[in-house]
Design a protein around this ligand. Structure first.
Ligand code: PLP
Length: 402
């Protein structure tokens, strides 16, 4: 046996670039190198205590066995209430699925519904895993570029032009990883109008950052804004980002019963149920007090404002002000073609990021991983002091390019 036996489906995908950069940073730190990691996509806050207590209670009360494949009834009820409370959406229990993280939710949905040659529209910059999951399923990612000049958001005209008879899905992630851009209700309405004209297209709303947004913006999701699209929308969410529960691995979705059932069938032959203890924790998180979200957002907003201001002061970078999530995505066109003090020409965002890592000891993720270059992603889910140091290092590294 050899690598020649690796399946064609697996050969169509790449390892996650963000996880690879985070691993590189860990390896450098283990060697004692003073490197600041801005590549990781997780909140630096801790899981709330009341959530941890619910998990401990679940262990003590023996909730340590298999559960229903796609989620316990109590968790599905908590999710149903969450959709009603936060989004004004009514989903029956047979319209709700619970999975091993949001990535698994998206994976199940795509693998359950995409056939060879089916097209999936993905606005760029995109979350790294979308094109790979689509390619794994045999589908064709159709990427729409939305650069800094349009605040990293696609227009209705771009969407209309990308739709073909083979289009199966549009994936819309708002607020976005990696850009932080989020669609306002009227922008969602305008995109919904295009979808209305193409009844064969389904919509995957990735609302993973629903609770991370700032003043002058108000979160909305498509099925709520365009009720007539409810039947063809999968509203995806999870506990990872809002409740600082990345390690617990709970994602979920509400959508048409036929699709939810198909996703459950796939899950029954792969992971079975998500961890029973994590499901108890998620039930507590979704049903418990939500006030801490505002406090955390206030901290994130302060960091966003500082990082955007400092990166805009770095020669060659232009950093739009994002509405939400905990990322910024500076455009690095102004650095391209310049030379480092060692004489290396910066002709790609990958080279720029290597230069930052080698000389400034700051790790970000190159835009190439997100399908829109030259740019890079900075995660500001770390302390104000570390962020300030990192931004000074980036400013100095940019200033040294000639
Ligand atoms: N969707 C987006 C846009 C994300 O940024 C992430 C995580 O980074 C996910 C989905 C997956 O989240 P999870 O960690 O729950 O699998």
């Amino acid at each position: 046996m050899s690598v020649a036996h690796i399946s064609a489906a697996l050969n169509r995908i790449q390892p996650s670039a963000t996880l690879a950069m985070t691993a590189r940073v860990s390896a450098m730190k283990a060697q004692g190198i003073d490197v600041i990691g801005l590549s990781s996509g997780e909140p630096d806050f801790d899981t709330p205590d009341f959530v941890k207590e619910a998990a401990i209670a679940a262990i003590r009360s023996g909730q340590t066995k298999y559960t229903l494949v796609d989620g316990t009834v109590v968790l599905k009820e908590a999710i149903r209430n969450k959709f009603k409370r936060d989004n004004g959406l009514d989903y029956g229990l047979d319209q709700i699925t619970v999975n091993v993280g949001g990535k698994h939710t998206l994976f199940n949905a795509i693998v359950a519904s995409v056939d060879a040659g089916d097209e999936v529209i993905i606005p760029a910059p995109y979350w790294v895993s979308y094109p790979d999951i689509v390619a794994f399923a045999g589908g064709v990612p159709v990427v729409i570029a939305a650069g800094a000049a349009q605040n990293y958001k696609i227009t209705p005209e771009q969407l209309d032009a990308a739709i073909t008879p083979r289009t199966r899905w549009l994936i819309l992630n708002s607020p976005s990883n990696p850009s932080g851009a989020a669609y306002a209700p009227d922008e969602l309405k305008a995109l919904g109008e295009v979808l209305r004209r193409h009844p064969h297209v389904m919509l995957m709303a990735d609302d993973m950052y629903e609770h991370v947004w700032y003043a002058n913006f108000s979160f909305a999701t498509v099925a709520q804004i365009c009720p007539d699209l409810y039947d063809r929308t999968l509203t995806v969410n999870g506990c990872s980002k809002a409740y600082a529960m990345t390690g617990w691995r709970i994602g979920y979705a509400g959508g048409p019963a036929w699709l939810i059932k198909a996703m459950g069938k796939l899950q029954s032959q792969s992971t079975s149920n998500p961890c029973s203890i994590a499901q108890a924790a998620a039930t507590a998180a979704l049903g418990g007090p939500q006030g801490f979200l505002d406090e955390r957002n206030a901290a994130f907003k302060k960091r966003r404002d500082m990082v955007v201001a400092m990166l805009n002061d770095a020669p060659g970078l232009v950093c739009p002000l994002p509405e939400g999530a905990f990322y910024v995505y500076p455009d690095a066109s102004g650095c391209m073609g310049k030379k480092t003090p060692d004489g290396m020409v910066i002709d790609s965002d990958e080279k720029l990021i290597d230069y930052f890592l080698d000389t400034a000891r700051v790790a970000a993720v190159p835009g190439a991983a997100f399908g829109l270059s030259p740019a890079f992603r900075v995660s500001y889910a770390t302390s104000d002091v570390i962020l300030k140091d990192a931004c000074i290092r980036i400013q100095q590294a940019c200033a040294a390019l000639k």
